[in-house]
Write a protein that binds this ligand. Structure first.
Ligand code: C2O
Ligand code: CU
Length: 563
Protein backbone atom coordinates (compact mmCIF):
# COMPACT_ATOMS: atom_id res chain seq x y z
CA UNK A 1 0.00 0.00 0.00
CA UNK A 2 2.74 2.37 1.02
CA UNK A 3 4.75 1.40 -2.04
CA UNK A 4 1.82 2.08 -4.40
CA UNK A 5 1.44 5.48 -2.77
CA UNK A 6 5.04 6.40 -3.51
CA UNK A 7 4.79 5.24 -7.10
CA UNK A 8 1.59 7.25 -7.52
CA UNK A 9 3.23 10.36 -6.07
CA UNK A 10 6.20 10.01 -8.42
CA UNK A 11 3.79 9.71 -11.31
CA UNK A 12 1.98 12.90 -10.24
CA UNK A 13 5.30 14.72 -9.83
CA UNK A 14 6.43 13.81 -13.29
CA UNK A 15 3.05 14.81 -14.69
CA UNK A 16 3.27 18.18 -12.96
CA UNK A 17 6.75 18.76 -14.30
CA UNK A 18 5.63 17.50 -17.69
CA UNK A 19 8.89 15.57 -17.75
CA UNK A 20 9.24 12.54 -19.96
CA UNK A 21 12.55 10.99 -20.87
CA UNK A 22 13.95 9.14 -23.84
CA UNK A 23 16.48 6.35 -23.46
CA UNK A 24 20.00 7.54 -24.18
CA UNK A 25 21.17 6.25 -27.54
CA UNK A 26 24.49 4.41 -27.27
CA UNK A 27 26.34 4.65 -30.60
CA UNK A 28 27.14 1.32 -32.25
CA UNK A 29 30.80 0.33 -32.43
CA UNK A 30 33.40 -0.64 -35.00
CA UNK A 31 36.60 -2.44 -33.97
CA UNK A 32 39.53 -3.87 -35.89
CA UNK A 33 41.72 -2.01 -38.34
CA UNK A 34 39.30 -1.22 -41.23
CA UNK A 35 36.68 1.46 -40.56
CA UNK A 36 33.94 2.20 -43.08
CA UNK A 37 32.35 5.58 -42.51
CA UNK A 38 29.45 6.58 -44.77
CA UNK A 39 28.54 10.26 -44.46
CA UNK A 40 25.03 11.00 -45.59
CA UNK A 41 22.21 13.52 -45.44
CA UNK A 42 19.21 12.09 -43.62
CA UNK A 43 16.36 12.85 -41.18
CA UNK A 44 15.72 12.21 -37.50
CA UNK A 45 12.59 12.51 -35.37
CA UNK A 46 13.97 14.64 -32.55
CA UNK A 47 10.76 16.30 -31.36
CA UNK A 48 7.02 16.17 -32.13
CA UNK A 49 6.07 17.36 -35.60
CA UNK A 50 8.38 17.42 -38.60
CA UNK A 51 11.50 15.33 -38.71
CA UNK A 52 14.72 17.34 -38.63
CA UNK A 53 17.11 17.35 -41.57
CA UNK A 54 20.31 15.87 -40.18
CA UNK A 55 23.53 14.30 -41.38
CA UNK A 56 24.95 11.14 -39.91
CA UNK A 57 27.77 8.67 -40.29
CA UNK A 58 26.27 5.17 -40.77
CA UNK A 59 23.42 6.65 -38.62
CA UNK A 60 20.69 9.29 -38.60
CA UNK A 61 22.76 11.62 -36.47
CA UNK A 62 26.33 11.32 -35.16
CA UNK A 63 28.40 8.22 -35.96
CA UNK A 64 29.70 4.90 -34.67
CA UNK A 65 32.26 4.71 -31.85
CA UNK A 66 35.57 3.46 -33.25
CA UNK A 67 37.78 1.28 -31.06
CA UNK A 68 41.51 1.50 -31.79
CA UNK A 69 44.35 -0.43 -30.16
CA UNK A 70 47.51 1.55 -29.59
CA UNK A 71 50.14 0.23 -31.99
CA UNK A 72 47.70 -0.88 -34.69
CA UNK A 73 47.67 0.69 -38.14
CA UNK A 74 44.11 1.82 -38.74
CA UNK A 75 42.62 2.28 -42.22
CA UNK A 76 39.72 4.67 -42.68
CA UNK A 77 37.37 4.42 -45.66
CA UNK A 78 35.50 7.70 -45.59
CA UNK A 79 32.76 7.77 -48.20
CA UNK A 80 31.16 11.16 -48.71
CA UNK A 81 27.54 10.58 -49.78
CA UNK A 82 26.60 14.14 -48.71
CA UNK A 83 25.53 16.73 -51.25
CA UNK A 84 28.44 18.86 -50.09
CA UNK A 85 32.20 18.67 -49.74
CA UNK A 86 33.46 18.12 -46.21
CA UNK A 87 36.48 16.83 -44.30
CA UNK A 88 36.82 14.42 -41.38
CA UNK A 89 39.42 15.30 -38.78
CA UNK A 90 40.73 12.77 -36.23
CA UNK A 91 40.70 15.07 -33.22
CA UNK A 92 43.60 14.53 -30.82
CA UNK A 93 45.54 12.07 -32.97
CA UNK A 94 49.23 12.22 -33.71
CA UNK A 95 49.45 11.42 -37.42
CA UNK A 96 50.83 12.73 -40.72
CA UNK A 97 49.30 16.08 -41.68
CA UNK A 98 48.09 14.66 -45.00
CA UNK A 99 45.95 12.14 -43.04
CA UNK A 100 44.72 14.69 -40.47
CA UNK A 101 41.44 15.67 -42.13
CA UNK A 102 41.88 19.38 -41.57
CA UNK A 103 40.62 22.04 -44.00
CA UNK A 104 43.11 20.97 -46.70
CA UNK A 105 41.96 17.35 -46.99
CA UNK A 106 38.68 18.14 -48.72
CA UNK A 107 36.47 15.17 -49.65
CA UNK A 108 34.18 16.13 -52.55
CA UNK A 109 30.72 14.52 -52.71
CA UNK A 110 30.85 11.02 -54.13
CA UNK A 111 34.51 10.58 -53.20
CA UNK A 112 36.21 8.00 -51.01
CA UNK A 113 39.12 9.24 -48.87
CA UNK A 114 41.39 6.57 -47.43
CA UNK A 115 43.80 7.86 -44.79
CA UNK A 116 45.61 5.44 -42.48
CA UNK A 117 48.10 5.76 -39.66
CA UNK A 118 49.76 3.90 -36.84
CA UNK A 119 48.01 4.67 -33.55
CA UNK A 120 50.53 6.10 -31.10
CA UNK A 121 48.07 7.90 -28.82
CA UNK A 122 47.47 6.75 -25.26
CA UNK A 123 44.28 5.02 -24.20
CA UNK A 124 41.70 7.80 -23.96
CA UNK A 125 38.56 9.25 -25.52
CA UNK A 126 38.98 11.05 -28.83
CA UNK A 127 36.58 12.03 -31.58
CA UNK A 128 36.25 12.66 -35.30
CA UNK A 129 34.39 15.55 -36.86
CA UNK A 130 34.13 17.72 -39.99
CA UNK A 131 36.62 20.56 -40.43
CA UNK A 132 35.89 22.26 -43.75
CA UNK A 133 36.78 25.93 -43.44
CA UNK A 134 33.70 28.19 -43.05
CA UNK A 135 31.44 25.10 -43.03
CA UNK A 136 32.41 23.39 -39.77
CA UNK A 137 29.57 24.84 -37.72
CA UNK A 138 26.95 23.79 -40.27
CA UNK A 139 28.32 20.27 -40.71
CA UNK A 140 28.69 19.72 -36.95
CA UNK A 141 25.22 21.11 -36.31
CA UNK A 142 23.72 18.64 -38.78
CA UNK A 143 25.14 15.83 -36.66
CA UNK A 144 28.43 14.70 -38.24
CA UNK A 145 30.96 13.32 -35.77
CA UNK A 146 31.72 10.32 -33.60
CA UNK A 147 33.78 8.98 -30.72
CA UNK A 148 37.11 7.16 -30.93
CA UNK A 149 38.17 5.10 -27.92
CA UNK A 150 41.81 4.04 -27.77
CA UNK A 151 42.83 1.08 -25.64
CA UNK A 152 46.38 0.28 -24.51
CA UNK A 153 48.02 -2.24 -22.14
CA UNK A 154 48.34 0.24 -19.24
CA UNK A 155 44.63 1.05 -19.31
CA UNK A 156 43.66 -2.62 -19.77
CA UNK A 157 45.62 -3.58 -16.65
CA UNK A 158 43.55 -1.31 -14.40
CA UNK A 159 40.49 -2.43 -12.44
CA UNK A 160 38.24 0.28 -13.89
CA UNK A 161 34.94 -0.12 -15.75
CA UNK A 162 35.29 -0.78 -19.47
CA UNK A 163 32.12 -2.55 -20.59
CA UNK A 164 30.88 -0.20 -23.31
CA UNK A 165 27.28 0.90 -22.83
CA UNK A 166 27.01 -0.96 -19.49
CA UNK A 167 29.47 0.54 -17.01
CA UNK A 168 31.53 2.56 -19.53
CA UNK A 169 29.27 5.14 -21.14
CA UNK A 170 30.13 7.54 -23.97
CA UNK A 171 28.28 10.84 -23.56
CA UNK A 172 28.47 13.58 -26.17
CA UNK A 173 26.87 16.84 -25.11
CA UNK A 174 25.44 19.44 -27.44
CA UNK A 175 22.33 21.56 -27.91
CA UNK A 176 20.30 22.76 -30.86
CA UNK A 177 17.94 25.55 -31.79
CA UNK A 178 15.00 24.60 -34.02
CA UNK A 179 13.08 26.78 -36.42
CA UNK A 180 9.29 26.59 -36.80
CA UNK A 181 9.54 23.58 -39.13
CA UNK A 182 11.97 21.74 -36.78
CA UNK A 183 15.02 22.43 -38.92
CA UNK A 184 18.29 23.08 -37.06
CA UNK A 185 19.31 26.73 -37.00
CA UNK A 186 23.00 27.33 -37.74
CA UNK A 187 23.28 30.79 -39.15
CA UNK A 188 24.53 33.42 -36.75
CA UNK A 189 23.90 31.46 -33.58
CA UNK A 190 26.29 30.34 -30.88
CA UNK A 191 23.98 28.26 -28.68
CA UNK A 192 21.15 25.77 -28.98
CA UNK A 193 18.02 25.88 -26.84
CA UNK A 194 17.49 22.15 -26.26
CA UNK A 195 19.97 19.55 -25.07
CA UNK A 196 20.89 16.54 -27.14
CA UNK A 197 22.89 13.91 -25.25
CA UNK A 198 24.17 11.33 -27.74
CA UNK A 199 21.64 12.89 -30.10
CA UNK A 200 18.83 12.06 -27.64
CA UNK A 201 16.54 14.83 -26.33
CA UNK A 202 15.70 14.64 -22.57
CA UNK A 203 17.93 11.59 -22.18
CA UNK A 204 17.76 9.03 -19.40
CA UNK A 205 19.79 5.90 -18.71
CA UNK A 206 19.71 3.07 -16.22
CA UNK A 207 23.12 2.66 -14.60
CA UNK A 208 24.13 -0.24 -12.34
CA UNK A 209 24.68 0.07 -8.57
CA UNK A 210 28.48 0.11 -8.82
CA UNK A 211 31.37 2.20 -10.12
CA UNK A 212 30.52 3.62 -13.55
CA UNK A 213 32.80 5.37 -16.03
CA UNK A 214 31.47 8.23 -18.13
CA UNK A 215 33.45 9.52 -21.12
CA UNK A 216 32.08 13.00 -21.63
CA UNK A 217 32.73 15.06 -24.77
CA UNK A 218 31.63 18.64 -25.27
CA UNK A 219 30.76 18.74 -28.99
CA UNK A 220 28.94 22.06 -28.82
CA UNK A 221 29.31 25.00 -31.12
CA UNK A 222 30.27 27.40 -28.31
CA UNK A 223 28.69 26.46 -24.96
CA UNK A 224 30.83 25.42 -22.02
CA UNK A 225 29.51 23.03 -19.36
CA UNK A 226 30.11 23.01 -15.62
CA UNK A 227 29.36 19.36 -14.92
CA UNK A 228 28.08 17.98 -11.61
CA UNK A 229 25.43 15.74 -10.06
CA UNK A 230 22.10 16.99 -8.67
CA UNK A 231 22.99 15.68 -5.17
CA UNK A 232 26.40 17.38 -5.36
CA UNK A 233 28.17 14.05 -4.86
CA UNK A 234 31.91 13.76 -5.34
CA UNK A 235 33.04 12.07 -8.53
CA UNK A 236 36.54 11.35 -9.83
CA UNK A 237 38.29 12.58 -12.93
CA UNK A 238 40.49 9.80 -14.28
CA UNK A 239 41.32 11.06 -17.76
CA UNK A 240 41.86 14.21 -19.80
CA UNK A 241 41.79 14.59 -23.58
CA UNK A 242 44.91 12.55 -24.33
CA UNK A 243 45.17 9.94 -21.59
CA UNK A 244 44.62 8.81 -18.03
CA UNK A 245 45.79 10.96 -15.13
CA UNK A 246 48.34 9.67 -12.63
CA UNK A 247 45.59 9.26 -10.03
CA UNK A 248 41.84 9.97 -9.76
CA UNK A 249 41.02 13.59 -8.88
CA UNK A 250 37.93 14.11 -6.66
CA UNK A 251 35.63 17.00 -7.67
CA UNK A 252 32.00 18.01 -7.34
CA UNK A 253 32.05 20.25 -10.45
CA UNK A 254 34.22 20.35 -13.54
CA UNK A 255 34.21 22.76 -16.45
CA UNK A 256 34.25 21.17 -19.90
CA UNK A 257 34.76 23.48 -22.86
CA UNK A 258 34.10 22.74 -26.53
CA UNK A 259 36.30 19.93 -27.86
CA UNK A 260 37.45 18.80 -24.40
CA UNK A 261 36.90 15.28 -23.06
CA UNK A 262 36.98 13.99 -19.53
CA UNK A 263 36.64 10.48 -18.24
CA UNK A 264 35.04 10.29 -14.80
CA UNK A 265 34.25 7.54 -12.31
CA UNK A 266 31.11 7.84 -10.22
CA UNK A 267 30.19 5.38 -7.51
CA UNK A 268 26.53 4.32 -7.40
CA UNK A 269 27.19 1.36 -5.05
CA UNK A 270 25.42 3.02 -2.14
CA UNK A 271 22.49 4.40 -4.12
CA UNK A 272 19.05 2.90 -3.55
CA UNK A 273 17.91 0.57 -6.34
CA UNK A 274 15.19 2.42 -8.28
CA UNK A 275 16.27 5.88 -7.11
CA UNK A 276 17.30 8.53 -9.59
CA UNK A 277 19.47 11.60 -9.90
CA UNK A 278 20.57 13.95 -12.64
CA UNK A 279 23.84 14.77 -14.28
CA UNK A 280 23.61 18.51 -14.83
CA UNK A 281 25.44 21.52 -16.10
CA UNK A 282 25.61 24.36 -13.57
CA UNK A 283 25.80 27.32 -15.92
CA UNK A 284 23.87 29.80 -13.73
CA UNK A 285 25.89 32.64 -12.29
CA UNK A 286 29.12 32.01 -14.22
CA UNK A 287 31.58 34.88 -14.53
CA UNK A 288 31.09 36.80 -17.77
CA UNK A 289 33.26 35.26 -20.47
CA UNK A 290 32.24 31.66 -19.72
CA UNK A 291 30.44 30.62 -22.91
CA UNK A 292 26.77 30.01 -22.18
CA UNK A 293 26.70 32.21 -19.08
CA UNK A 294 25.37 35.20 -20.99
CA UNK A 295 22.03 36.32 -19.60
CA UNK A 296 19.96 36.56 -22.80
CA UNK A 297 17.54 33.75 -23.59
CA UNK A 298 17.36 34.35 -27.36
CA UNK A 299 19.23 35.94 -30.25
CA UNK A 300 22.73 35.21 -31.61
CA UNK A 301 24.42 35.05 -28.19
CA UNK A 302 21.47 33.92 -26.10
CA UNK A 303 19.60 30.67 -25.58
CA UNK A 304 17.01 29.07 -23.33
CA UNK A 305 19.82 27.22 -21.55
CA UNK A 306 22.05 30.24 -20.97
CA UNK A 307 22.79 31.19 -17.38
CA UNK A 308 20.69 28.27 -16.10
CA UNK A 309 21.37 24.91 -14.46
CA UNK A 310 20.03 22.23 -16.76
CA UNK A 311 19.87 18.44 -17.00
CA UNK A 312 22.16 16.62 -19.36
CA UNK A 313 21.28 13.06 -18.30
CA UNK A 314 18.62 11.58 -16.00
CA UNK A 315 20.08 8.55 -14.23
CA UNK A 316 17.99 5.68 -12.81
CA UNK A 317 19.83 3.32 -10.50
CA UNK A 318 19.51 -0.27 -11.68
CA UNK A 319 20.72 -3.63 -10.41
CA UNK A 320 24.39 -4.37 -9.99
CA UNK A 321 25.97 -6.37 -12.84
CA UNK A 322 28.09 -9.48 -12.47
CA UNK A 323 31.74 -8.71 -11.63
CA UNK A 324 31.13 -5.07 -10.81
CA UNK A 325 33.92 -2.61 -10.11
CA UNK A 326 33.10 -1.04 -6.74
CA UNK A 327 36.45 0.33 -5.58
CA UNK A 328 38.19 3.47 -6.76
CA UNK A 329 41.80 2.76 -7.79
CA UNK A 330 44.37 4.84 -5.91
CA UNK A 331 46.74 5.13 -8.84
CA UNK A 332 46.21 5.00 -12.58
CA UNK A 333 49.26 5.39 -14.84
CA UNK A 334 52.72 6.93 -14.57
CA UNK A 335 52.87 9.86 -16.95
CA UNK A 336 56.14 11.59 -17.71
CA UNK A 337 55.10 15.11 -18.62
CA UNK A 338 57.10 17.83 -20.36
CA UNK A 339 58.03 20.73 -18.12
CA UNK A 340 58.68 24.35 -19.07
CA UNK A 341 62.39 23.63 -18.71
CA UNK A 342 62.24 21.01 -21.49
CA UNK A 343 61.21 23.59 -24.07
CA UNK A 344 63.87 25.05 -26.36
CA UNK A 345 61.55 27.25 -28.43
CA UNK A 346 58.87 29.71 -27.23
CA UNK A 347 55.90 30.76 -29.29
CA UNK A 348 53.00 33.05 -28.50
CA UNK A 349 49.48 33.42 -29.84
CA UNK A 350 47.20 36.33 -28.97
CA UNK A 351 43.44 36.50 -29.18
CA UNK A 352 42.53 39.52 -31.30
CA UNK A 353 39.52 40.92 -33.15
CA UNK A 354 36.10 40.56 -31.58
CA UNK A 355 35.41 44.28 -31.68
CA UNK A 356 31.78 45.12 -32.54
CA UNK A 357 31.00 43.85 -36.02
CA UNK A 358 34.33 41.98 -36.36
CA UNK A 359 35.11 38.29 -35.99
CA UNK A 360 37.69 37.02 -33.52
CA UNK A 361 41.15 36.35 -34.97
CA UNK A 362 44.52 35.09 -33.77
CA UNK A 363 47.45 37.51 -33.93
CA UNK A 364 45.40 40.00 -35.95
CA UNK A 365 45.19 37.66 -38.94
CA UNK A 366 42.07 35.96 -40.22
CA UNK A 367 42.63 32.35 -41.34
CA UNK A 368 43.89 31.93 -44.89
CA UNK A 369 44.41 28.48 -46.43
CA UNK A 370 47.52 29.67 -48.26
CA UNK A 371 49.27 31.35 -45.31
CA UNK A 372 51.55 29.37 -43.00
CA UNK A 373 51.50 31.24 -39.69
CA UNK A 374 54.13 29.28 -37.80
CA UNK A 375 56.92 26.82 -38.50
CA UNK A 376 58.00 24.11 -36.09
CA UNK A 377 61.17 22.08 -36.46
CA UNK A 378 60.63 18.33 -36.31
CA UNK A 379 61.41 16.87 -32.87
CA UNK A 380 61.52 20.21 -31.11
CA UNK A 381 59.90 20.70 -27.72
CA UNK A 382 58.07 24.01 -27.71
CA UNK A 383 56.36 26.20 -25.15
CA UNK A 384 53.32 28.04 -26.47
CA UNK A 385 51.68 30.86 -24.52
CA UNK A 386 48.16 31.76 -25.57
CA UNK A 387 47.03 35.15 -24.30
CA UNK A 388 43.46 36.35 -24.14
CA UNK A 389 43.28 40.02 -23.18
CA UNK A 390 40.06 40.26 -25.09
CA UNK A 391 36.34 40.45 -24.46
CA UNK A 392 35.33 36.77 -24.00
CA UNK A 393 36.56 33.25 -23.19
CA UNK A 394 37.65 30.70 -25.85
CA UNK A 395 38.76 27.06 -26.16
CA UNK A 396 42.21 26.75 -27.78
CA UNK A 397 43.03 23.57 -29.71
CA UNK A 398 46.14 22.45 -31.57
CA UNK A 399 46.47 19.50 -33.96
CA UNK A 400 49.28 16.91 -34.13
CA UNK A 401 50.21 16.87 -30.43
CA UNK A 402 48.99 16.32 -26.90
CA UNK A 403 50.38 18.99 -24.58
CA UNK A 404 50.98 19.58 -20.90
CA UNK A 405 49.61 22.81 -19.39
CA UNK A 406 52.46 24.32 -17.38
CA UNK A 407 51.05 27.71 -16.35
CA UNK A 408 47.96 29.86 -16.09
CA UNK A 409 48.38 33.57 -15.45
CA UNK A 410 45.41 33.41 -13.04
CA UNK A 411 47.34 31.16 -10.67
CA UNK A 412 47.79 27.43 -10.52
CA UNK A 413 46.84 24.89 -13.17
CA UNK A 414 43.86 22.86 -11.97
CA UNK A 415 44.67 19.29 -10.99
CA UNK A 416 41.59 18.27 -13.02
CA UNK A 417 43.46 19.43 -16.16
CA UNK A 418 46.87 18.09 -15.15
CA UNK A 419 46.95 15.33 -17.79
CA UNK A 420 47.64 15.27 -21.53
CA UNK A 421 45.46 17.84 -23.26
CA UNK A 422 44.72 19.03 -26.77
CA UNK A 423 42.09 21.66 -25.93
CA UNK A 424 42.39 24.21 -23.15
CA UNK A 425 39.94 26.69 -21.70
CA UNK A 426 41.25 30.18 -22.25
CA UNK A 427 39.19 32.46 -20.01
CA UNK A 428 38.94 36.19 -20.58
CA UNK A 429 41.94 38.14 -19.22
CA UNK A 430 44.13 35.09 -18.86
CA UNK A 431 47.07 33.46 -20.57
CA UNK A 432 47.78 29.74 -20.66
CA UNK A 433 51.17 28.15 -21.35
CA UNK A 434 51.62 24.58 -22.55
CA UNK A 435 54.56 22.44 -23.66
CA UNK A 436 54.49 19.87 -26.48
CA UNK A 437 56.91 17.84 -28.55
CA UNK A 438 56.38 17.86 -32.33
CA UNK A 439 57.87 14.55 -33.41
CA UNK A 440 57.52 11.92 -36.16
CA UNK A 441 55.69 13.76 -38.92
CA UNK A 442 57.21 16.47 -41.08
CA UNK A 443 55.47 17.67 -44.23
CA UNK A 444 56.28 20.58 -46.49
CA UNK A 445 52.82 20.82 -48.08
CA UNK A 446 50.12 19.97 -45.56
CA UNK A 447 50.04 22.10 -42.40
CA UNK A 448 48.39 21.40 -39.06
CA UNK A 449 45.81 23.77 -37.52
CA UNK A 450 45.57 25.62 -34.25
CA UNK A 451 42.31 27.39 -33.52
CA UNK A 452 39.48 28.26 -31.23
CA UNK A 453 37.29 25.14 -31.06
CA UNK A 454 34.08 27.20 -31.04
CA UNK A 455 33.19 26.34 -34.62
CA UNK A 456 31.50 29.70 -35.19
CA UNK A 457 34.77 31.42 -34.21
CA UNK A 458 36.87 28.96 -36.22
CA UNK A 459 34.68 29.43 -39.30
CA UNK A 460 34.97 33.18 -38.77
CA UNK A 461 38.76 32.99 -39.08
CA UNK A 462 40.02 32.35 -35.52
CA UNK A 463 42.49 29.76 -36.79
CA UNK A 464 46.11 29.57 -37.88
CA UNK A 465 48.31 26.85 -39.35
CA UNK A 466 51.79 25.53 -38.78
CA UNK A 467 54.16 23.39 -40.79
CA UNK A 468 56.40 20.84 -39.14
CA UNK A 469 59.62 20.87 -41.13
CA UNK A 470 62.40 18.33 -41.01
CA UNK A 471 65.66 19.55 -39.50
CA UNK A 472 67.51 17.59 -42.17
CA UNK A 473 67.37 19.59 -45.43
CA UNK A 474 65.46 17.50 -47.94
CA UNK A 475 65.92 19.26 -51.27
CA UNK A 476 65.42 17.24 -54.40
CA UNK A 477 66.87 13.82 -54.14
CA UNK A 478 67.74 11.22 -56.69
CA UNK A 479 64.54 9.50 -55.66
CA UNK A 480 62.18 11.94 -57.37
CA UNK A 481 59.75 10.47 -59.86
CA UNK A 482 59.44 11.40 -63.48
CA UNK A 483 56.62 10.46 -65.79
CA UNK A 484 58.45 7.57 -67.30
CA UNK A 485 59.20 6.24 -63.85
CA UNK A 486 55.84 4.65 -63.26
CA UNK A 487 53.62 2.24 -65.05
CA UNK A 488 50.12 1.13 -64.21
CA UNK A 489 48.89 -2.36 -64.87
CA UNK A 490 46.86 -4.21 -65.85
CA UNK A 491 45.34 -1.73 -68.27
CA UNK A 492 42.44 -2.31 -68.82
CA UNK A 493 41.96 -3.28 -65.17
CA UNK A 494 39.11 -4.99 -63.38
CA UNK A 495 39.48 -5.34 -59.61
CA UNK A 496 42.88 -4.01 -58.69
CA UNK A 497 45.18 -1.50 -60.24
CA UNK A 498 48.89 -1.87 -59.57
CA UNK A 499 51.38 0.95 -59.77
CA UNK A 500 54.94 0.08 -60.56
CA UNK A 501 57.66 2.56 -59.68
CA UNK A 502 60.87 1.90 -61.56
CA UNK A 503 62.86 3.51 -58.72
CA UNK A 504 62.15 1.32 -55.72
CA UNK A 505 63.32 4.07 -53.34
CA UNK A 506 60.70 6.52 -54.59
CA UNK A 507 57.44 7.17 -52.77
CA UNK A 508 54.06 8.50 -53.76
CA UNK A 509 52.76 11.37 -51.63
CA UNK A 510 49.23 11.30 -52.90
CA UNK A 511 47.21 9.30 -55.39
CA UNK A 512 43.98 10.57 -56.83
CA UNK A 513 41.66 8.86 -59.29
CA UNK A 514 39.32 11.07 -61.28
CA UNK A 515 36.85 10.34 -64.03
CA UNK A 516 37.26 11.84 -67.49
CA UNK A 517 35.42 15.03 -66.56
CA UNK A 518 37.76 15.60 -63.63
CA UNK A 519 35.54 14.56 -60.72
CA UNK A 520 37.58 13.08 -57.88
CA UNK A 521 36.48 9.57 -56.94
CA UNK A 522 39.30 8.24 -54.84
CA UNK A 523 41.84 10.00 -52.67
CA UNK A 524 44.69 7.94 -51.22
CA UNK A 525 47.26 9.79 -49.14
CA UNK A 526 50.62 7.94 -49.21
CA UNK A 527 49.08 4.82 -50.80
CA UNK A 528 50.48 1.41 -49.89
CA UNK A 529 51.14 0.48 -53.50
CA UNK A 530 52.26 -3.10 -53.01
CA UNK A 531 48.70 -4.08 -52.10
CA UNK A 532 47.23 -2.63 -55.29
CA UNK A 533 44.42 -0.09 -55.53
CA UNK A 534 40.94 -1.55 -55.16
CA UNK A 535 38.90 -0.28 -58.12
CA UNK A 536 36.26 -3.03 -58.05
CA UNK A 537 33.47 -0.57 -57.18
CA UNK A 538 34.17 1.74 -60.17
CA UNK A 539 31.80 1.52 -63.11
CA UNK A 540 33.33 0.59 -66.47
CA UNK A 541 34.95 3.51 -68.25
CA UNK A 542 38.02 5.65 -68.62
CA UNK A 543 39.72 7.12 -65.55
CA UNK A 544 42.76 9.18 -64.75
CA UNK A 545 45.23 8.25 -62.05
CA UNK A 546 47.26 11.15 -60.74
CA UNK A 547 50.38 10.61 -58.64
CA UNK A 548 51.96 13.34 -56.53
CA UNK A 549 55.66 12.78 -56.12
CA UNK A 550 56.85 12.62 -52.56
CA UNK A 551 59.99 14.69 -53.08
CA UNK A 552 59.12 17.18 -55.80
CA UNK A 553 55.37 17.29 -55.07
CA UNK A 554 54.84 17.48 -58.83
CA UNK A 555 51.92 15.52 -60.19
CA UNK A 556 51.87 13.13 -63.10
CA UNK A 557 48.73 11.71 -64.66
CA UNK A 558 48.04 8.52 -66.60
CA UNK A 559 44.92 7.09 -68.10
CA UNK A 560 43.47 3.65 -67.43
CA UNK A 561 40.41 1.75 -68.45
CA UNK A 562 38.15 -0.06 -66.02
CA UNK A 563 36.46 -3.05 -67.64
CU1 C2O B 1 38.41 19.16 -33.13
CU2 C2O B 1 40.83 21.43 -35.49
O1 C2O B 1 39.58 20.29 -34.35
CU1 CU C 1 36.65 31.43 -29.70
Amino acid sequence: MKKTGIVFLLFITSLLQGQTYNNLWIPDTISGTQFNLNLKDTFAQLRPGNQTITAGINNKIWGPTLFFNKGDTVHMNVHNYLNDSTTIHWHGFHLPAVMDGGPHQIIPPGTIWKPYWKVSNNASTYWYHPHLHTMTQEHLTKGLGGFIIVRDPQERALAIPRRYGIDDIPLVLTSRRYDASNAFAYTNIAYGDYMLSNGTPSAQISLPKQMVRLRILNAEIERGYDIGFSDNRTFYIIGNDGGLLNAPVPVTRVKLLVGERIEILVNFSNDVLGSSLDLKSYNAGQTFGFPGGEPSSSGPLGSLLNNTNFNVLHINIGAQTANPITVLPTNLVNNTYWTAADATVNKSVNVTGGTPGNDFTLDNASFALSVINKTVTLNSIEKWTITNNNVFGHAFHIHDVEFKIVARSSGTVGVHESGWKDVVYLPKNESVTFVAKFDDYADTIHPFMYHCHFSNHEDGGMMGQFIVKSSVPTGLSANELTESDFTIYPNPANNKLFINLSDLGAEVYYLRITNVVGKTLYMLPKPQLTEGIDISHFSPGVYMVQLTHNKTKKTTTKKFVKE
